[in-house]
Design a protein. Structure first.
Length: 313
């Protein structure tokens, strides 16, 4: 029989809030991360409640059952693995804080997922995208088109995460430095070099009449700055104008293009890791697989013996 929530027997919502408070205070988790974790854990605890389970007294079985249910609900292996990572962190928190006597998620295996290569645009395609954005900015001269050109120039020049880009302070646009100081995931700061074209795009963007405020890209939103959704929508419009398939172009794809084009031109993997703000170089190494596939294709198509190898003996 269940009891009323107390400090010794907190409610599920109180447990979630305690975990999120810890992530925010000790690890500097971003607001978007905390929101996603809250959704995931609320779904998980709702499933346990339906089955009459208490998260502080369960063993591995209910966790495995929940993961199996995610598969039947059509969640991808990558998304399910992220959900399990969130659940593991939650149960480790309950154990560390003395709410639970063990971690039931420890023996639960993560869903097996294949390595998927990120979508990447070629240099020619990025050039076409930038040309289309410049053409629109010169043709109508509106603040929106100038803002869009600035966003694309800046994103491709720096490889910022979209959340970092849209939340840049207004002061970034008038900096005399040739770099930005960006606070990324976990509150980690890094230096991001600026190209002259990116600096010029920011200056031109700020020179246009528009709303004042603390943000480089202000907008009428809850945050006060441009939203990721608005940027992604407008970017697809520019992609269509450039003759590119809109479903192939997104802010994150431009970040991928930044990284892969640097590596393609001989940049050191560790430097690219620093520029992207990756804590683990294994995350950055995905881009080397893109280059591997391109090199294989080049050898297959251009090597003089490739046709001979395909002919029967």
């Amino acid at each position: 029989m269940s009891t009323a929530p107390t400090s010794e027997n907190p409610s599920g919502e109180a447990l979630i809030q305690g975990y999120l408070d810890m992530l925010a205070a000790e690890r500097g988790a971003a607001a978007n991360t905390l929101s996603a974790y809250r959704r995931d854990l609320s779904d998980y605890l709702a499933a346990l409640t339906r089955d009459g389970r208490d998260p502080v007294r369960i063993e591995a079985g209910p966790v495995r059952a929940y993961m199996a249910d995610l598969e039947t609900r059509g969640l991808s292996a990558a998304s399910a693995a992220r959900r399990l990572s969130c659940i593991r962190g939650f149960h480790r928190f309950l154990y560390a804080e003395g709410f639970a006597e063990g971690d039931p998620s420890a023996p639960v295996a993560a869903p097996r997922k294949g390595r998927t290569l990120p979508k990447v645009l070629s240099v020619t395609e990025v050039d076409a995208l930038l040309a289309a954005a410049r053409g629109q900015a010169e043709a109508d001269g509106t603040g929106r088109s100038r803002r869009m050109l600035c966003l694309i120039e800046l994103l491709y020049a720096t490889g910022l995460r979209v959340s970092e880009l849209i939340a840049l302070p207004r002061a970034a646009g008038s900096t005399r430095e040739r770099y930005l100081v960006v606070k990324g995931k976990g509150g980690r700061e890094r230096l991001v070099p600026l190209t002259e074209m990116a600096r010029a795009a920011m200056r031109d963007h700020l020179a246009r009449p528009g709303p004042d405020g603390p943000w480089l890209f202000p907008a009428d939103s809850a945050s006060g700055h441009l939203t990721r959704q608005s940027f992604a929508r407008d970017l697809k419009e520019v992609a269509a104008a450039a003759g590119l398939r809109p479903d192939r172009v997104s802010p994150h794809v431009l970040r991928h293009a930044f990284a892969s084009h640097l590596l393609q031109n001989g940049a050191d993997l560790r430097i690219v890791q620093e520029l992207l703000g990756h804590a683990d170089i294994a995350t950055t190494q995905i881009y080397t697989h893109i280059l591997d596939e391109r090199l294989k294709g080049m050898v297959r198509d251009l090597h003089p013996l490739s046709d001979a190898e395909d002919e029967p003996a």
